[in-house]
Design a protein around this ligand. Structure first.
Ligand code: G1P
Length: 297
């Protein structure tokens, strides 16, 4: 039986330059989809999957992220005094237990593999999850939970996958696909950001991983890969070569690439439409804009 996964790494050291000027002073992960920061979606998904230790790999300029996870006692007290119970509940749901979160600094932007490796001492000798908060996944059962359930049967390493248009492979890690086993495929290899003509398939890695500590040992060598960066994909591919099984899990859900403006806007609309308090007004607005080219006042 596979060992329980209780730790997750959240690499959040990126500069978020695609969202300048906003990210000049606001970490990208704090930017809101409707009224919740991007990172809250990842945290909620991790919690639903049984994660109890949250490791953030940060960088200079991310202190707003640390503040966000602090309990805001003044605000809590004020909401309590005013009897604003619903808001208090919303606020309390974001509170993290003391000691549940750890922050590690990535001192240099050397790539995703390096960011994950920075957390190695906090992981030790256990399987762990990696979640990229830019990839927001709307799903009835949270994606990481789906993966953990599958992983309990398979063991090994597991990455979330979905098909992408063949011309988009150069934006993703891509699987060389082996046997199909229900909702997962066994990977024969993995390549980071291959050109379409060199891609082994169009099955792309999406930002959810369950990894064995052997991946961290592979990262010890600090080998540079695609884009001159230390790639997580390469370290997982090395495990495949060493005979460790790697599975691509075809999750049930819709993924939004919130690292791009278009993806962020789409997620905003999708999450707003899923909310009872916003749906009707927004639907009416969208309908008017699309059908008449004019929004109702
Ligand atoms: C990272 C990974 C890539 C993966 C992608 C998913 O790339 O390196 O393998 O497919 O996330 O979003 P990035 O988007 O950080 O360039």
């Amino acid at each position: 039986m596979a060992r329980k996964v209780t730790k997750a790494i959240f690499p959040v050291a990126g500069l978020g330059t695609r969202f300048l000027p906003a990210t000049k002073s606001v970490p990208k992960e704090i930017m809101t989809l409707v009224d919740r920061p991007l990172v809250q979606y990842a945290i909620d998904e991790a919690r639903a999957a049984g994660i109890t230790e949250f490791i953030f790999v940060t960088s200079r300029g991310k202190s707003a992220l640390e503040d966000y996870f602090d309990h805001n006692q003044i605000l809590e007290q004020s909401l309590k005094e005013k009897g604003k119970d619903e808001l208090l509940k919303t606020l309390n749901a974001t509170n993290m237990e003391s000691g549940a979160i750890a922050y590690i600094r990535q001192h240099k932007a050397l790539g995703l593999g390096h960011a994950v490796w920075c957390a190695r001492r906090l992981i030790g000798d256990e399987p762990f999850a990696v979640m990229l908060p830019d990839d927001v996944i709307a799903a009835e059962k949270p994606c990481l939970q789906q993966m953990i359930e599958a992983y309990e049967e398979t063991g090994g390493n597991m990455v979330a996958t979905m098909e992408v248009p063949p011309e988009k492979t150069s934006s993703y890690g891509v699987l060389d696909v082996g046997d199909n086993i229900g909702t997962a495929v066994r990977a024969r290899g993995m390549v980071e950001k291959p050109k379409p003509e060199e891609a082994p398939s169009n099955l792309a890695v999406i930002g959810r991983y369950i990894l064995r500590p052997s991946v961290l040992y592979n990262l010890n060598q600090n080998k540079l890969g695609s884009g001159g960066e230390i790639q997580l994909t390469d370290a997982i591919a090395e495990d495949i070569r060493n005979g460790v099984p790697v599975f691509g899990y075809k999750f049930d859900g819709q993924r939004f690439d919130c690292g791009s403006k278009a993806g962020f806007l789409q997620a905003t609309v999708a999450f707003a439409l899923a909310r009872d308090d916003l749906r009707e007004d927004l639907q009416e607005y969208l309908h008017d804009v699309i059908v008449t080219g004019q929004a109702a006042q």
